[in-house]
Write a protein that binds this ligand. Sequence first.
Ligand SMILES: Cc1cc2nc3c(=O)[nH]c(=O)nc-3n(C[C@H](O)[C@H](O)[C@H](O)COP(=O)(O)OP(=O)(O)OC[C@H]3O[C@@H](n4cnc5c(N)ncnc54)[C@H](O)[C@@H]3O)c2cc1C
Ligand SMILES: *[C@@H]1O[C@H](CO)[C@@H](O)[C@H](O)[C@H]1NC(C)=O
Ligand SMILES: *[C@@H]1O[C@H](CO)[C@@H](O)[C@H](O)[C@H]1NC(C)=O
Ligand SMILES: *[C@@H]1O[C@H](CO)[C@@H](O)[C@H](O)[C@H]1NC(C)=O
Ligand SMILES: *[C@@H]1O[C@H](CO)[C@@H](O)[C@H](O)[C@H]1NC(C)=O
Ligand SMILES: *[C@@H]1O[C@H](CO)[C@@H](O)[C@H](O)[C@H]1NC(C)=O
Ligand SMILES: *[C@@H]1O[C@H](CO)[C@@H](O)[C@H](O)[C@H]1NC(C)=O
Ligand SMILES: CC(=O)N[C@H]1CO[C@H](CO)[C@@H](O)[C@@H]1O
Length: 494
Amino acid sequence: MLAMAAFALLGFLLPTLSRASLTDRSHTSSNATLACSDAQVALGAGSVDTAPVSPTLVDLNWSETCWTEPACVIKPKSTKNVAATLSIVSRYQVKFAVRSGGHSPNPGWSSISSDGILIDLSRLDQITVSSDNTTVSVGPGQRWGNVLAALDPYGVSVIGGRTPTVGVGGLVLGGGYFHFSGEHGLAADNVKNFEIVLGNGTITNANAKANSDLFWALKGGGPNFGIVTRFNLYTIPVHDIYYDLVLYSADQIPGLLDAFASWQNGSGGVFDVKGTVAMIVGLEYATVGFIYSSPQTKRPAAFDAFAGIPVMTVVIPPSNGTVWSLTQIIGAATASAVERHDYLAAASQVDGRLYNRVYNFWKERAADVYAKTGANQTFVIQPVPLNLVQQGIAKGGNALGLPLKNMQWWTTLVDWQNAADDDTARSVSIATSEEWKKGSDINFLYMNDCARDQNPLAGYGRENIAKLKAVSRKYDRGQVFQRLQNDGFLLRKV
Ligand SMILES: Cc1cc2nc3c(=O)[nH]c(=O)nc-3n(C[C@H](O)[C@H](O)[C@H](O)COP(=O)(O)OP(=O)(O)OC[C@H]3O[C@@H](n4cnc5c(N)ncnc54)[C@H](O)[C@@H]3O)c2cc1C
Ligand SMILES: *[C@@H]1O[C@H](CO)[C@@H](O)[C@H](O)[C@H]1NC(C)=O
Ligand SMILES: *[C@@H]1O[C@H](CO)[C@@H](O)[C@H](O)[C@H]1NC(C)=O
Ligand SMILES: *[C@@H]1O[C@H](CO)[C@@H](O)[C@H](O)[C@H]1NC(C)=O
Ligand SMILES: *[C@@H]1O[C@H](CO)[C@@H](O)[C@H](O)[C@H]1NC(C)=O
Ligand SMILES: *[C@@H]1O[C@H](CO)[C@@H](O)[C@H](O)[C@H]1NC(C)=O
Ligand SMILES: *[C@@H]1O[C@H](CO)[C@@H](O)[C@H](O)[C@H]1NC(C)=O
Ligand SMILES: CC(=O)N[C@H]1CO[C@H](CO)[C@@H](O)[C@@H]1O
C-alpha cells in the first residue's frame, strides 16, 4: 500500500522534476508531457492547456464519442505557432491529433487520449475578403456559418458546409459538398491556394502553379500531408436564392424516393444544375427542401417530378432569401443536444427501385433500434449530378477519382445517449451500407460522411492512391502524418 502511494506521489511530481533535470527527461516523464512543456515555452503558457485539460476544451468535439482528455491541447495563434508545434511533435516523436471544427464523430480523428497532444486550430479563424470580392481567405478553425455570414454583405458566397457549426478545415480537405455543388463543384474544387505546414515544420503554399502535385492531393486527400493553416477560396456569385421547405408523411416516402430519382434523371427534360433537393428521411416523416440558386416567382419547373406527391406540412412557403438566411434556418433546425453521434457513407447510381429497397431495409432496423435504445437516425440521399464531377475536372482536377456519372451519396446521422448502446445504434447504418453495396455500381465513398470503420481513400482508385502516396513521401519525408497522427482517413491504412 505504502509503496503504491509513494509511486503515485512520484508520478504526480515527475513533470516538475523532469523540467528541472534535463538529462532524466526520456526516463522520467512521457514524451507527450515533455512536448507539452516545450510547447508552453515556445508558444506561451496561454496557448497550451495541460492536464487536467479544461473540460470545455475536451468537450469541444460535437460528438461525445470523441471526448477524451489529451496530455495537453495546443492552441496555435499563427501559422508560425503551428510550425513550432510540428517541430516539437517531431522532436519527441509524440502522437498528435488535429482539430478544426471538431465535427468528425469518429473517435481519435480529431481527438486523442493522454498519450498524445491535441492541436486545436480554433484560433486560426480569420475571414478576409479580397478587394474585388472574388476570393476569401479563411482560417481552418472557422465555421461555415460565420464564413457565409461574413460574405453576405459582399453579395457572394462560397462552396462550404450546409450546417453552420461545421468546421472549415476538415470539410474542405475531404471534398466539401454544398447546396450549389451541382453547379460549381465541391469546396475543394474551389480552392485557389492552401497554406500548409509540412511534417518537418516548413511553411509552404500549394496552388495551381506552386507545388501543384500537393495542391491536387489536398483536394480531397484528407489529413495526410500537413496542417492546412489557410484556405484561399474562390467565392461564387450566388447570394439571392429561392427555397421552400415541406414535410411528407411516412406513407409518401416510397413515392418520394421514386420522384427523387426521376428528378435526378431530368424527368424527361434536361437536369437543371441550378436546382437542388435536400431530403432527410426519418422514421415518421421526410423533410424536403427545394433550393434554386437565383430568385424565382414560384417553385421552378425543374422540381416538377415532386409535384404530384401530397405534402403533409409546409414549413417554409416558396420564398426568396439568401444563402445566409438559408444557413440560419438550417442552424435553427439542427439539434443541439449533447450526445453520441455517428455518420456513415454509401453511394449508388440513380435508381428509384434501389432507393426503395434499401429504405425498406433501413426502416425496419432503425425502428427496432429506436425501440430498444431511443437512437434516432436519418436516411439521406444527396444528389451528385454529373456536372459536379465535371466541375472538378474543369477546375483542375481533384484526388477523389469520381466516376463520370450521375449518382447519389447516401448518408445518415445517428444520435444516441449511452455508450453501452454504441454497437446497437451503429449496427443499422453498417448493415444498410452493405445493402447499398449489393445494388450499387459506384465504388466511391464520400470521406466527409465516412464512419470510423470505412476506408474512403481505397475508393479513389489505384492510380490516385499511388499518386497520393508519392506526394506524401515527397512532402512528408519523415512520414509524420502517417506514423504519428493518431487516426483518421490515412494513407497508412490503404
Ligand atoms: C451536422 C453535420 C453537418 C455536416 N454537413 C456537411 C455538409 O454540408 N457538407 C459536407 O461536405 N460535409 C458535411 N459534414 C461532414 C463534415 O464535412 C466532416 O464531419 C468534417 O470532417 C468536419 O470538419 P471539421 O473541421 O469540423 O472536423 P474535425 O473533426 O476538426 O476534423 C475532421 C478531420 O480533418 C482533419 N483536419 C481538420 N482540420 C485540418 C487541417 N487544417 N489540416 C489538416 N487536417 C485537418 C482532422 O484531423 C480530422 O481527421 C457534416 C457533418 C455534421 C456532423
Ligand atoms: C522521446 O523523445 C526523445 C527526444 O527528446 C527521443 O529521442 C525518443 O526517441 C522519444 N521516445 C519515443 C518513445 O519516441
Ligand atoms: C464588393 O462588395 C462590396 C460590398 O458589398 C461592394 O461595395 C463592391 O462594389 C464589391 N466590389 C466588386 C468589385 O464587386
Ligand atoms: C435514370 O437513368 C438511368 C441511366 O440512364 C436509368 O438506368 C434509370 O433507370 C433511370 N431512373 C429513373 C428513375 O428514371
Ligand atoms: C422573388 O423575387 C423576384 C424578383 O427578383 C420576384 O419576381 C418574385 O415574385 C419573388 N418570388 C417570391 C416567391 O416572392
Ligand atoms: C430523438 O428525437 C426526438 C424527437 O425530435 C427527441 O426528442 C429525442 O431527444 C431524440 N433522441 C436522441 C437520442 O437524440
Ligand atoms: C521540409 O520538407 C520539404 C518537403 O520535403 C523540403 O522541401 C524542405 O527542404 C524540408 N525542410 C527542412 C528544413 O528540412
Ligand atoms: C464543435 C461543437 O459543436 N462543439 C460542441 C461540443 O459540445 C459542447 C458542449 O456541449 C458544445 O458547447 C460545443 O458547441
